[in-house]
Write a protein that binds this ligand. Structure first.
Ligand code: ADP
Ligand code: MG
Length: 400
């Protein structure tokens, strides 16, 4: 892994120093307060560590998509209370990110105090990664800490520009995420298996193309398996299937062949004539027996058993996308069963398991195994771009 500085590289005493800390406070709201504070909990160790070293901690975050203008509904002041509650300390809200108000506020804050700057996306220079804007923000800090992996796929002033202007460090959550991702695809123990599921091939083309060159086993499930099955001449009936992408699927299978990557497609599937919970038309069959009026909604139990055997031979697993339409019973069964196998192997110490993706996190939580994986990323877009093999500008800037 390329090197980046962490909080371990900071002196023990940061009294008198101002730390600009990029965090993810883009919390889902329900009425006046956050419905999920996972993102604040993730940033808490970094915030407290810096504060306890005596730094004045200035939190820098975006909130919603204000597109370079002030919006009263998108001020970070809306999450101040939630952040205070999770962090367990008082936080001073500062309604700017540059200029005399910020300077005066820093004068009021004592060593170890925490301030919350307003939504950095109120200023067009943020998303434009404008050099003057970045300089004006950097002028208030002595050091920069990025603890928002979820925003690292954006080359914005607060995620990328600042890292070039101040001594830059990965926060604890960023550090954990980068270490986990490195263990999964950067420098993994082999053999590596990847599970890619979800609805569509089109949304994960770059993921598939990147993975065939990196993993020994590529397990394809979900709606996207239907497109691969169709490419192999299987009649998938009324299943969700991108028939215009069968050539692409064939190309990916050829690439896998050349790279020594085994692609695993299901040989049995769970089908129904209508998409509903426990439909009367539910049945399990071989992929060659799907009726013209049936839909494939999950992979079958034999396939799951075979995939469990594959995982048992692997040392590393990276997982994005559910194997079936898991929100509706019983089409969650394959996803739940394979997730439980992966969790058990992880707990036994034979598998490093890293998963990410909005629906994937929900599916693992549904299976009750979210805490039994080695690492579950909640980063969404940044996680997917990393799976695509892209260089994340926010990470690259820390590695300079
Ligand atoms: P993630 O958010 O983890 O990246 P995706 O958004 O790519 O995952 O895919 C999740 C969606 O795919 C779920 O809503 C699930 O219902 C759907 N899905 C999975 N398998 C099927 C299938 N066989 N037919 C239709 N939809 C499916
Ligand atoms: Mg999704």
């Amino acid at each position: 892994m390329t090197q980046f500085k962490t909080l371990d590289d900071l002196p023990a005493d940061l009294s008198g120093k101002v730390a600009l800390v990029r965090v993810d406070l883009n919390l889902p709201m329900d009425g006046g307060s956050a419905s999920d504070v996972t993102r604040v909990e993730a940033a808490k160790p970094t915030i407290l560590e810096l504060a306890d070293k005596g730094a004045k901690v200035l939190l820098l975050a975006h909130y919603g998509r204000p597109k370079g203008q002030r919006h009263s509904t998108m001020s970070t002041s809306w999450v101040q209370g939630d952040v205070e509650e999770v962090i367990g300390r008082e936080i001073m809200f500062i309604p700017e990110v540059t200029g005399p108000v910020v300077e005066q506020s820093i004068g009021i804050l004592g060593d170890g105090d925490i301030g919350l700057l307003d939504n950095v996306r109120f200023w067009p220079g943020e998303e434009a990664n404008d050099a003057e804007f970045a300089k004006a923000v950097a002028a208030h800090g002595d050091l920069y800490v990025n603890d928002a992996f979820s925003a690292a796929h954006r080359a914005h002033a607060s995620t990328e520009g600042l890292a070039h202007l101040l001594p830059a460090y990965a926060g604890r959550a960023m550090e954990a995420e980068l270490k986990a991702l490195d263990a999964a695809l950067g420098n993994p123990e082999t053999p590596v298996a990847a599970v890619v599921g979800g609805a569509k091939v089109s949304s994960k083309l770059d993921v598939l193309t990147n993975l065939v060159g990196k993993v020994q086993h590529l397990i394809i499930g979900g709606g996207m398996a239907n497109t691969f099955l169709a490419a192999r001449g299987v009649d998938v009936g009324k299943s969700l299937c991108e028939h215009d992408l069968t050539d692409t699927a064939n190309t990916i299978m050829d690439q896998a062949d050349h790279a020594g990557c085994t692609i695993h497609l299901p040989y049995d599937v769970v089908v129904a004539r209508e998409f509903a919970a426990n439909p009367s038309s539910l049945r399990t069959c071989n992929v060659h027996e799907v009726g013209t009026d049936e839909m494939i909604l999950d992979i079958g139990p034999q396939a799951v058993e075979a995939l469990a055997d594959v995982l048992k031979t692997c040392r590393t697993l990276v997982w994005n996308g559910p194997l079936g339409a898991f929100e509706t019973v019983p089409f969650d069964e394959a996803t739940v069963a394979l997730a439980k196998t992966a969790a058990a192997l992880t707990q036994d110490g034979s598998l490093v398991s890293v998963a990410g993706g909005g629906d994937t996190v929900a599916a693992l939580a549904h299976a009750g195994v979210k805490d039994d994986f080695t690492f579950v990323s909640t980063a969404g877009g940044a996680f997917l771009e990393w799976m695509e093999g892209k260089n994340l500008p926010g990470v690259a800037a820390l590695e300079q």
